[in-house]
Design a protein around this ligand. Structure first.
Ligand SMILES: *Cc1c(COP(=O)(O)O)cnc(C)c1O
Length: 421
């Protein structure tokens, strides 16, 4: 046993055993709802923040979809259900996950494409302003698309820097925004450190400068409660294959606040976002409301699985999901302190749970090789350069025992295969 349960010479428990935490976990039973959650070849799945596990009910839903609406309904299903689906699924996401009233969310495209559309829409509404702001540690696609949009529109990108184990704070944003700023783009939960940005305060600072705010929710949607309406957010997007378990390449969602919908226009004028797609008219006239943010034919098949996860989260309650997420990351940090720190690993995530999403990152110079070896043995975290192992904890499918097995395996790999540093 790698983990010392008790301090030498005293009864004080240093870390609660995983078995005890699992026994006391009110959400423990949800794990059995996922496909092959107890497949012994997967010792520890610690990457639900990159690709969530499928739900058993999703297999049934997909089979039913093929047999029913697609197989028998055929093209008629577009009229009967599918045209509305991006907006009805969007409304349910808005209600359960995003803290948003109906009519402000649609499912469409990928996060990358929606980032492009929303960035262009936001910048278009602030014509004459010359700068956009993003942080250096944001996910690559967010930075790349920002660079591309800036080049296309003749704007300057101003980069924010933040400590690599936390992230951007309101004062950092307030210091760079001003009358030249058109748009600020940040991630709510940082993909590497897991830091939770202060959505309300940052959005306020951006608005004080007269600019618009676009939040990327990829690492918070489904695991960290979000209040888009209450925070007065303008624009948001996020993917559905991470904590929303929509499956590989499942479509993203976008939010545009009702008060902005009239003034904003997105740059990809497809027929499905037009006011009357089947009029086949000579010119593009945008649909009313959220539909105009759709471009081409919506990925209806690919948006089926995420519906199951949204309902599972509704059943468990997002507050309870967040509580378990905090307990899991607390346990992960305790284990990392106990067994990884003595081997030279360094925590690169916030210690304050209020500032931490549902994953932690631990750095060690040998973690690239360690991760490759772990995957072979069925222990699956992920690696993020330059030297971080990311331990992602998806509260409804991850047990404390699984987490503990994973961290023990990381320690074993570091210790038993100690190569040159
Ligand atoms: C996962 C993630 C993405 C992914 O974008 P795709 O278009 O789905 O590939 C983008 N941004 C952030 C912050 C992410 O975490």
């Amino acid at each position: 046993m790698l983990i010392r349960r008790y301090q030498i010479g005293g009864p004080a428990m240093t870390i609660a055993p995983a078995s005890q935490l699992d026994a006391a976990d009110p959400l423990a039973a949800f794990r059995s709802r996922f496909v092959a959650a107890d497949d012994p070849s997967v010792v520890a799945y610690l990457d639900g923040n990159s690709l969530g596990r499928p739900l058993a009910v999703t297999a049934e839903r997909l089979a039913g979809f093929v047999a029913g609406p697609w197989g028998r309904g055929l093209i008629r299903s577009w009229d009967e259900a599918w045209m509305a689906e991006p907006l009805t699924v969007g409304d349910r996401l808005a209600e359960v996950i995003l803290g948003a009233a109906p009519g402000q969310v649609t499912v469409a495209d990928s996060t990358s494409v929606l980032l492009y559309k929303l960035m262009r829409a936001g910048i278009g509404a602030r014509a004459g302003r010359s700068e956009v702001v993003i942080d250096r540690d944001n996910f690559p696609t967010d930075r790349f698309i920002m660079e591309g949009v800036a080049a296309e529109c003749g704007l300057v990108v101003r980069y924010l820097s933040a400590p690599h184990d936390t992230g951007v704070r309101p004062a950092d944003v307030a210091a760079v925004v001003g009358e030249r700023t058109a748009l600020v783009v940040l991630s709510h939960v940082a993909y590497r450190s897991g830091f939770i940005a202060d959505m309300a305060a940052i959005t306020r600072a951006v608005h004080d400068a007269g600019a618009l705010m676009l939040w990327d929710l990829c690492h918070s949607a489904g695991v960290v409660p979000v209040e888009l309406d209450a925070c007065d957010v303008d624009l948001a997007t996020g993917c559905t294959y991470k904590y929303l378990n929509g499956g590989p390449g499942s479509p993203a969602f976008c939010y545009v606040a009702t008060r902005r919908q009239e003034e904003l226009s997105q740059p990809i004028w497809g027929w499905m976002g037009a006011s009357d797609p089947f009029a086949m008219g000579p010119e593009y006239r945008p649909a009313q409301g959220m539909r105009k943010f759709i471009s081409g034919t919506p990925p209806v098949l690919a948006m089926q699985p995420l519906k199951d996860m949204v309902e599972l989260i509704a059943e468990a309650g997002l507050t309870a999901v967040r509580q378990k997420s905090v307990a899991l990351t607390e346990h992960a940090i305790a284990l990392a302190d106990e067994v990884l720190a003595p081997l030279g690993a360094v925590l690169a995530s916030p210690r304050d749970a209020a500032e931490r999403g549902s994953h932690i990152t631990v750095d060690h110079p040998r973690f690239a090789a360690v991760t490759a070896a772990l995957w072979k043995g069925g222990v699956i975290p992920d690696f993020r350069p330059p030297d971080g192992i990311r331990i992602g904890l998806s509260p409804l499918s991850t047990s404390f025992a699984e987490l503990e097995r994973g961290v023990e395996a990381i320690a074993r790999e570091l210790r038993d295969h100690a190569g040159p540093h």
